[in-house]
Design a protein around this ligand. Sequence first.
Ligand code: DON
Length: 324
Amino acid sequence: MELHHLDVENELTLFLDRKIAYYKEYLSGECANYIPELKVVNPDYLAFSLMLPNGKVHLNGDYQVPFTLQSISKVITFMAACLYNGKSAVLEWVDVEPTGDPFNSLLRFELNENKKPFNPMINAGALTVASLLPGLTPMDKIQGVTRLLSSLLDKDVTINKKVFESEWETAYRNRALANFLMENNLLASSVDDTLFTYINLCSIEITVEDLAKIGLILSLDGFDPVRRIQLIPAPITRLTKVLMFTCGMYNSSGKFAAFVGIPAKSGVSGGILGVVPPSLRSHPLLSDGCGIGLYGPAIDAHGNSVKGARLLEDFLQSYDVKIF
Ligand code: DON
């Protein structure tokens, strides 16, 4: 039995070594160019991490390279806002509908009659949700999220100040979005405070191993199987996974759901957070669920990691992971 398990784990390591070498060489792309600090990152990085409910972690590729959460922070921010305000209070401010538009689109403000942001995974919705975080100052609001993230990761988290400054100075679109939101009474704090909060949250530094741990806790509906504690109420994590599945990859969320097939969330820094729910049909290694973290800073036109998405799709197909 033990021997069989070792075989499976060795197979996984060999599979990942081979795939990482392949995608590193054969897929290209460019880093996000509208945030100067992200543009200067090596676009060839590729890293993968998987965490199982027994606490075992698989790490491959450039897994030691830290990066900023960017839009993956929207997942944590949404859960923090729900924890402090209650889910239904948050949903009075933001809807749960996919848009099919780019993540930073202003279009819906002109078209949508009630103007409520479509979902918390696009920038408009995330700005509104950031404004709802507890506390009067942006620092209090930021701490509401870093505290939750620290409790998930069981360690302190840091904010990359260079990335923050770089985005703060060039946040023309997000500033426009925040102004539209304010005009429509959809911000609970000032435009500047909301932007300051949101951009700091996007600048939290993380590794693929951290993402895999968050993914594992989401997979198990908020329960940390290693420390054996319920860190987030199950209903909040379930709603978050639905939002990741339907809206997490922006205007490729439909294709991602169809062809990759798990709840996931991307960030323009090239990170992807993946959640594999427990399933009887998966490969035995993954049937109790797992969390996956990927990093590949070269992104496509939708803002999703090119190498990361291909590696994830390939991995899930090979290990027969499907939620439907
Ligand atoms: O607000 C922005 O534009 C960035 N801080 C985050 C956007 C992002 O990560 C979209 N992702 N794929």
